[in-house]
Write a protein that binds this ligand. Structure first.
Ligand SMILES: [Ca+2]
Ligand SMILES: [Ca+2]
Length: 216
């Protein structure tokens, strides 16, 4: 019951976010088209470079849809496997290989939710459990060595909306990084998840705002 109330409280903010898109021509014929979605990403961040094995499980609420976790370049060619269980709404992922040797994002997991789902709700809708983390010697490490953080993809300025201002901020940042810094190293700005923040990400946000694409 508590979660349901929280979702309802987010509706008014979501309607405000959606206003620019409703004005777009592409959004007028929305009834028989795919509806707009918010794209949330769990970033699985290596906080201890000695990690050589991790095993985590993510569970998620029925108001979200999910994909298997994806590895980043940080995992290299080491063993990485992720399975999505639709029925139980769980994603199980394992990594096994050499120690990372550096910190950074090892994997990402995408979720799609309706516009009514706010970033404040998301930690109640997604649960991340680090089942086991080990070093290269097979010794168990603290489960907090892998940090799981959730962001609304494309919300560069952190106002819980994805709109043209976010694309503009990326472009301003590319020209003047110190004058237009990005929060948390721009982690929410890399909408195509290629590890680089550039004009391609700004363009995708513009396309989302214009209704050309409905999610990332
Ligand atoms: Ca924003
Ligand atoms: Ca990118």
């Amino acid at each position: 019951m508590k979660k349901f109330k929280k979702i309802l409280s987010a509706v008014s903010a979501a309607v405000l976010c959606a206003m620019p898109m409703i004005n777009g021509a592409a959004a007028n014929a929305a009834s028989d088209e795919e509806s707009y979605k918010k794209t949330f990403v769990v970033y699985h961040i290596v906080d201890n470079p000695q990690i050589a094995y991790f095993d985590f499980t993510i569970g998620y609420n029925s108001c979200l849809t999910a994909e298997p976790s994806m590895k980043t370049a940080l995992c290299g060619t080491n063993s990485f496997n992720s399975i999505h269980y639709n029925i139980s709404r769980q994603i199980k992922t394992t990594y096994s290989g050499s120690a990372f040797g550096t910190t950074g994002t090892a994997a990402t997991t995408k979720f799609l939710g309706d516009l009514s789902v706010s970033i404040d709700d998301i930690y109640d809708l997604i649960s991340c459990d680090n089942v086991a983390i080990k070093n290269a010697n097979g010794k168990s490490m603290s489960k907090t060595a892998l940090d799981n953080r959730i962001y609304l993809l494309g919300d560069v300025n952190g106002d819980d909306c994805v709109e043209i201002a976010d694309a503009t901020l990326i472009l301003q940042h590319l020209i003047n990084p110190t004058g237009y810094p990005l929060r948390d190293n721009g982690i929410a700005a890399d909408v195509n998840l290629d590890g680089v923040i550039n004009e391609d990400d700004a363009l995708l946000i513009q396309q989302y705002d214009a209704g050309v694409i409905k999610h990332f």
